[in-house]
Design a protein around this ligand. Structure first.
Ligand SMILES: Nc1ncnc2c1ncn2[C@@H]1O[C@H](COP(=O)(O)OP(=O)(O)OP(=O)(O)O)[C@@H](O)[C@H]1O
Ligand SMILES: [Mg+2]
Length: 467
């Protein structure tokens, strides 16, 4: 069932319920008020009658004419009037009651003897119901008369009947009008949703560059559209990234394959001395090593992407690790005439995986050496900043342009300066570093100026002190 129909139905049912309850309560209250008003007017009339009788010293009334002259309000045709003797028989009654008897009920008589007034309703066939009040007149504790004033409930009944008809007619009309209004409003409110659905279908059909037209209001629908656009944007970016990544990866792997194929083709063209074969095989082995490394790194990154890389979470003494890597790097540096020195190193412990952290540090130190000029100097230092360990590697090499500071962490990205400086490298090292730092809840920051050198700083949260 469409949302619009459901909304309208819900709304209609709730409204109908409210209308019915409202009408019932209104009807009951009106009926009650009308009856109360009748009772009040009966009581007023009775009080006046009783008072007049008292003023006359309770002399017995002789006839109707006398009665009416005494009590002009009794001439009002809507009320009749009777006086009963204590035995319950009528002594006198107003003329407008002539056509039938309204006897005094047992209850009324008993109540009169106890000195109280009583209201009663009476019903005669084919006539509107009557409402009567019976008031005792006492003199020195004895019941002298019972005065009864009554009236027909016809007008009240008629008023209520008309009111009921009004309610019964007006209620469905009100309901119908409201339902139509509800239907219209639900349609209006839901129209942007339909528009979004259509646009989403167009986007789903393949064009990720499309975006939803934004409704002007910052309401629920506006937010939905914004969220949707945001999601499509991310999808678009990540599809682009995947395509870029695949083409980069293929390209990186193709280069060594082309080299190997070219060399092998060439050497097989005619018989050659064993030395030549050996040379080609050695060169091939180098390329195979290179490809193996790329494939290993890609494997690591894709497993990391899927959250499958397992990391130890053991205390690692960073200063020992720094010293190890320094020793290793110093040997490598001797070959390339690059000096690797230790700066300030304070003992610090972080929670993590010793091997991965070593790989991270080595990657950074290797970069620093690789992108230094011959005779350059690389410095490693380890400091504490509040609750963090700051591990910095500084070089005075080729540096990185500011616009590339972010991009160097992307897979396969290498700056042009770096490409010109050395052929070695695939551009995966820093992506891996960023991952390792991330898995240790840390981050890698770069400070670098083109042609002047770079400082890479890895920042880790410190392990909580052993208790
Ligand atoms: N210390 C540095 N000085 C200058 N440029 C750097 C430095 N470290 C990294 N870069 C730049 O960042 C790019 C990416 O570095 P990354 O370590 O990811 O790749 P790579 O060193 O080129 O290759 P490999 O995958 O072998 O490490 C480098 O190509 C280089 O342009
Ligand atoms: Mg590198």
């Amino acid at each position: 069932m469409p949302l619009r129909v459901r909304l309208t139905l819900w709304y209609g049912s709730a409204l109908a319920l409210v209308l019915i309850i409202f009408s019932v309560v209104l009807y009951a209250m009106t009926a009650r008020n009308l009856r109360d008003a009748v009772d009040e007017s009966l009581e007023d009339t009775a009080t006046i009658a009783v008072r007049s009788l008292e003023e006359r010293g309770f002399l017995p009334l002789l006839n109707e004419r006398e009665l009416l002259s005494q009590f002009p309000e009794l001439a009002r045709i809507d009320k009749f009037f009777q006086i009963f003797s204590p035995s319950g028989t009528i002594t006198i009654s107003s003329p407008n009651i002539k056509h039938h008897d309204v006897p005094l009920s047992r209850t009324a008589l008993e109540t009169a003897f106890s000195g109280h007034s009583i209201f009663e309703s009476a019903k005669y066939p084919n006539e509107p119901p009557l409402r009567v009040i019976s008031v005792p007149i006492m003199y020195r504790g004895n019941l002298l008369y019972i005065v009864q004033v009554g009236t027909s409930m016809e007008t009240v009944g008629e008023t209520l009947r008309r009111f009921l008809i009004l309610l019964v007619v007006a209620m469905p009309i009100a309901l119908a009008v409201s339902l139509a209004g509800g239907w219209f409003l639900a349609g209006r409110a839901l129209r942007p949703v339909d528009e979004i659905t259509l646009a989403a279908q167009r986007i789903a059909a393949g064009d990720l560059t499309q975006r939803l037209g934004m409704p002007p209001a910052q309401d629920e629908i506006g937010r939905l559209a914004a969220t949707f656009n945001n999601m499509i944007g991310r999808l678009d970016a990540s599809f682009r990234q995947i395509r870029q990544f695949t083409s980069d990866a293929s390209h990186e792997l193709r280069t060594p394959l082309t080299v190997m194929k070219g060399e092998t083709d060439l050497i097989l063209r005619r018989p050659r001395p064993v030395e030549d074969y050996k040379g080609v095989l050695e060169s091939n082995l180098e390329e195979i090593d290179r490809m193996t490394r790329i494939v290993d790194e890609l494997l690591f990154l894709s497993r990391a992407d899927m959250g499958e890389v397992k990391m130890d979470a053991l205390p690692v003494a960073l200063e020992a690790l720094v010293e190890d890597v320094h020793r290793q790097a110093r040997l490598l540096g001797q070959d390339r005439n690059i000096e690797v020195v230790l700066g300030t190193v304070v003992p610090l412990v972080v929670q993590g995986d010793d091997l991965r952290l070593r790989e991270l540090l080595l990657n950074l130190v290797e970069n620093a050496m690789k992108y230094s000029h011959p005779g350059g100097k690389v410095e490693i230092s380890l400091l504490r900043e509040r609750q963090e360990a700051w591990l910095s590697i500084t070089d005075h090499g080729i540096g990185i342009a500011p616009e590339d500071h972010k991009r160097i962490f992307q897979r396969f990205f290498r700056t042009d300066v770096a490409r010109a400086h050395t052929k070695k490298g695939t551009g995966l090292g820093l992506a891996i570093c960023a991952w390792i730092a991330d898995l240790h809840k840390g981050r890698v920051e770069v400070q670098s100026e083109l042609g002047k050198g770079s400082t890479f700083t890895v920042i880790f949260p410190l392990a909580p002190p052993a208790s």
